[in-house]
Write a protein that binds this ligand. Structure first.
Ligand code: SF4
Length: 457
């Protein structure tokens, strides 16, 4: 009974969050920055913030996360951190030799009001940025938004590197949103199968799921290169996967370099993947290849085979808006009932979209943005569910209420697999479905009376 104090009665709360379903903005900015090859993320604030952001990413990816910090002490906290950042830029380029430093702010430097663009420009004027190297930045005040906002802000910061030569390259930019390195690999594989030459950014595949080589590399092989980011301004178009994570960057690229963009849902589940494949197919001007149709058919087959175990099972979901929208649509398409849905990220639009997706369900659906795990737990106490899906933090509710639990989302601190096995696209849909079915069938095996304990499905 880890959360034994959560009461069933729900009372109105305006100023208090308990176990928010989100984490802080710079974590998202740091994760996005790691998707650029040769990039060192830099946290403009105190060492404590940077240590927390690095450790959260390390615990999720089981990889060491390198990042620098402006190391604010009392002086910088009062008078501003310009001197610290200028010194840091000089030191980092001298000692670690990255291609790019990606600076994000913290609550502290935002409250002081440090102007990062002005400091970056000053560093360039003082020749602290070597020729051919770059400093990009974004503002990530963590008292607004969430880690999703920070991710989006850093990806938008990347688009400032894009240049338009006036000659289209024929490539397509794909902004994948906050998905796992394995998902990024899968998006690249699927795009290649359809026959579309894409630039994926950010791209953490090969950075946070690389092999053990026995040799330390400050900057792993993976990641989108600076050259590719610059050329993104000449692309034929941009597909932005997820309104919250990717749309701002795509629109900025459109404004800056006249690269038209289309915002799609993240390709989790059947219908969202269909829309992604259709967008790729349309851009390439080709028919969907047989191999892709085959992968889709396998997912449809598994759904049909196991539908009776999924039918009208109630699910509680929590996590980030882009993921939740696609997952809710997937669960509804499986005839499951996502009845409680919470995100810590702000967005009235999120609630409206979820209401629309779940409109035809034969039950009430609770949905709330800017919310917390405490409310989710209360909803579950009032209307129990068959399954909980979300990041590691849901295990406390799952244990207290004795409900099957599928880990999916960020962060997953106590399991592995998310780095290596995708959950996007048709292949990823198979894995998602396997995880959901295993959780439900394990419970069935545990609870069934002996006469119904069955080997055959
Ligand atoms: S002070 Fe702000 S930026 Fe730093 S760890 Fe806390 S919420 Fe995140």
């Amino acid at each position: 009974m880890l959360l034994r104090h959560t009461p069933k009665e729900i009372s109105e709360r305006k100023a208090l969050m308990i176990n928010p379903a989100k984490t802080c903005q710079p974590i998202g900015a740091m994760y996005a920055a790691l998707g650029i090859h040769g990039c060192l993320p830099h946290s403009h604030g105190s060492q404590g913030c940077c240590a927390y952001h690095r450790s959260t990413l390390t615990r999720h990816y089981k990889e060491p996360i390198s990042a620098a910090t402006s190391s604010f002490t009392e002086g910088a906290s009062v008078f501003g951190g310009q001197a610290n950042l200028l010194q840091a830029i000089e030191n980092i380029f001298t000692v670690y030799e990255p291609d790019v430093i990606a600076v994000h702010t913290t609550c502290l430097s935002e409250t002081i009001g440090d102007d990062i663009k002005q400091i970056r420009d000053k560093a360039e004027k003082q020749n602290l940025v070597p020729p051919g190297k770059h400093v990009i930045y974004c503002n990530t005040p963590s008292y607004v938004g969430s880690h999703v906002t920070g991710f989006s802000n850093m990806v938008k910061g990347m688009t400032e590197l894009a240049q338009s030569t006036g000659k289209k390259s024929g490539k397509v930019n794909v902004i994948p949103g906050w998905v796992e390195p394995a998902d990024m690999e899968e998006i690249k594989r699927l795009s290649a199968l359809v026959g579309v030459d894409i630039t994926l950014f950010p791209d953490t595949s090969g950075v946070l799921n690389g092999p053990m080589s026995g040799e330390f590399k400050m900057f792993p092989e993976g990641g989108v290169t600076i050259k590719e980011l610059k050329a993104a301004g000449d692309a034929a178009g941009t597909l932005a996967l997820g309104e919250w994570c990717s749309a701002d960057a795509a629109r900025n690229l459109d404004t800056k370099c006249k690269v038209p963009c289309k915002v799609l849902d993240m390709p989790f589940g059947l219908a969202a993947t269909d829309r992604f494949v259709d967008a790729l197919r349309t851009i390439a001007g080709v028919s969907v290849p047989e191999e892709v149709t085959r992968e889709r058919g396998q997912l449809v087959d598994l759904i049909s085979d196991m539908h009776q175990y999924l039918y009208h099972k109630k699910v509680a979901l929590y996590g980030d808006p882009d993921q939740l929208i696609a997952m809710t649509e997937f669960l509804v398409s499986l005839d499951m009932l996502p009845v409680h849905i919470v995100t810590g990220t702000p967005g009235g639009k999120f609630e409206r979209i979820i209401k629309k997706i779940t409109a035809g369900l034969p039950c009430e659906v609770n949905v709330k943005a800017s919310s917390d795990m405490f409310l989710l737990h209360q909803w579950i106490k009032n209307e129990p569910v068959d399954l909980i899906m979300g990041n590691t933090y849901g295990k406390y509710i799952a244990r207290d209420e004795d409900i099957p639990f599928v880990r999916w989302g960020f962060p997953i601190l106590d399991r592995v697999g998310h780095q290596y096995f995708p959950t996007v696209a048709y292949k990823g849909g198979l894995r998602l479905l396997e995880k959901v079915l295993n959780a439900l069938l394990d419970r069935k095996d545990r609870d069934d009376p002996e006469q119904r304990f069955e080997l055959v499905l």
